[in-house]
Design a protein around this ligand. Structure first.
Ligand code: SAH
Ligand code: SF4
Length: 364
């Protein structure tokens, strides 16, 4: 459970308006408060100078306004930056910034650890601690934005015609399974996309899921209509059962049916992620089956050669296998890109920075 139940950033605008009204504050104060937090990165009520001293004191005695602390920051030769953030209860999470010129993609975590236990994933192997609260998910945007602007690149944000480095896209692809923390993630998506929040277009936000079918359907129904990425990673139930325990609850046909029904805006596509594990799921027959499974779904495929970590049971595929796999898909008119995990020279696999720090701490 998050410690700070009264963090003001847990609320959406309407809730804050109602809450402030019961304390005798005008509803427009709510928008001013969120403007300070999401547009100006305020971390104390005292900074909110268009509120009276009495109003600021009242807010400070009612709500907390905590932010995570940057515990470590690593920069990779390819430009990727990895942040290790510490939360109020000293749990740690990772956020990663992946540059594409001045446009940055921010990859954020949704849980401390993960319960899904995918066998090729370090986060999965290290187990589950707790869900993140909505504000802890959204705070990753604030902290990283602030850090970018303090590093001399000017403030981050959605549109930067002046060409400064800015966060252009957000992916929920860090630690944890977003749809296993549905309510907090949905609230965080609201904060990220609302005009009173960070104001990102839902087209610039992508949620990656292991394939929790009921929640995929629920997200499709209730929104926000962000882009969907699905970690498929196998083309038969036998192989998927063996590497992803979730497949026993929601087998491939059920997952593919949910993807077919996911309401996509025109021109949008589902992304299927496929981690290539040497000798496990990387044959041309797998590629052929994949093209059959995905037929008729507006989609693109990201092929991710397995990123090994100490003690992992899998190996990277041969380079030849990766290109042969891609060729089969392309010959069937699929968009198939090979996506190397970025930041290999730092802590390559997701969860690795965190577990390296944990082992350093336990060695102390
Ligand atoms: N839980 C969500 C989002 C986090 S995992 C999900 O599973 O989609 C993000 C992506 O990293 C997933 O596509 C997953 O398959 C991939 N991944 C996990 N471990 C990996 C590894 N060791 N090498 C390459 N990709 C990995
Ligand atoms: Fe969890 Fe995603 Fe890793 Fe699977 S791949 S264990 S769902 S973080």
């Amino acid at each position: 459970m998050p410690i700070s139940h009264a963090c003001i950033k847990s609320l959406v605008l309407d809730e804050l308006k109602t809450a402030l009204a019961t304390k005798g504050l005008k509803p427009y104060r709510a928008a001013q408060v969120f403007d300070w937090i999401y547009k100006h990165g305020a971390t104390t009520f005292d900074e909110m100078t268009n509120l009276s001293k009495a109003e600021r004191t009242l807010l400070a005695s009612t709500y907390s306004l905590v932010s995570p602390r940057i515990l470590e920051q690593e920069a990779s030769a390819d430009g990727t930056e990895k942040y290790l953030l510490q939360l109020e209860d000293r749990q740690t999470i990772e956020s990663v910034v992946i540059p594409d010129g001045k446009r940055l993609t921010l990859c954020i975590s949704t849980q401390v650890g993960c319960k899904q236990g995918c066998r090729f994933c370090l986060t999965g192997r290290n187990g589950f601690r707790r869900n993140l609260a909505a504000y802890e998910i959204a705070d990753q945007v604030t902290v990283v934005e602030k850090n970018i602007s303090e590093s001399g690149d000017g403030p981050a944000g959605e549109a930067r015609p002046d060409g400064r480095r800015h966060i252009a896209n957000i992916v929920l692809m860090g630690m944890g399974e977003p749809l296993a923390n549905y309510d907090a993630v949905q609230r965080a998506l609201t904060i990220i996309t609302a005009p009173w929040g960070f104001g990102f277009s839902p087209r610039r936000v992508t949620l990656s899921t292991v394939g929790l079918v009921p929640e995929i359907r629920k997200l499709g129904r209730n929104g926000p209509r962000v882009n969907l990425a699905v970690s498929l990673n196998a083309t038969t139930d036998r192989i998927r059962d063996g590497i992803m325990p979730v497949n026993k609850r929601h087998p491939l046909q059920e997952l593919i049916a949910a993807c077919k029904h996911y309401p996509l805006e025109p021109t949008r596509r589902i992304t299927f992620e496929y981690v290539l594990l040497g000798g496990v799921n990387d044959s041309e027959e797998d590629a052929l089956r994949l093209s059959t499974l995905l037929r008729g779904i507006p989609c693109k495929v990201n092929l991710i050669p397995f990123n090994p970590f100490p003690g992992s049971a899998f190996s990277r595929p041969e380079d030849g296998a990766v290109s042969a796999f891609q060729k089969v898909l392309r010959a069937r008119n699929f968009t198939a890109l090979v996506r190397e995990s970025r930041g290999k020279d730092i802590s390559a696999a997701c969860g690795q920075l965190r577990s390296r720090l944990a082992s350093l701490q336990s060695a102390k």
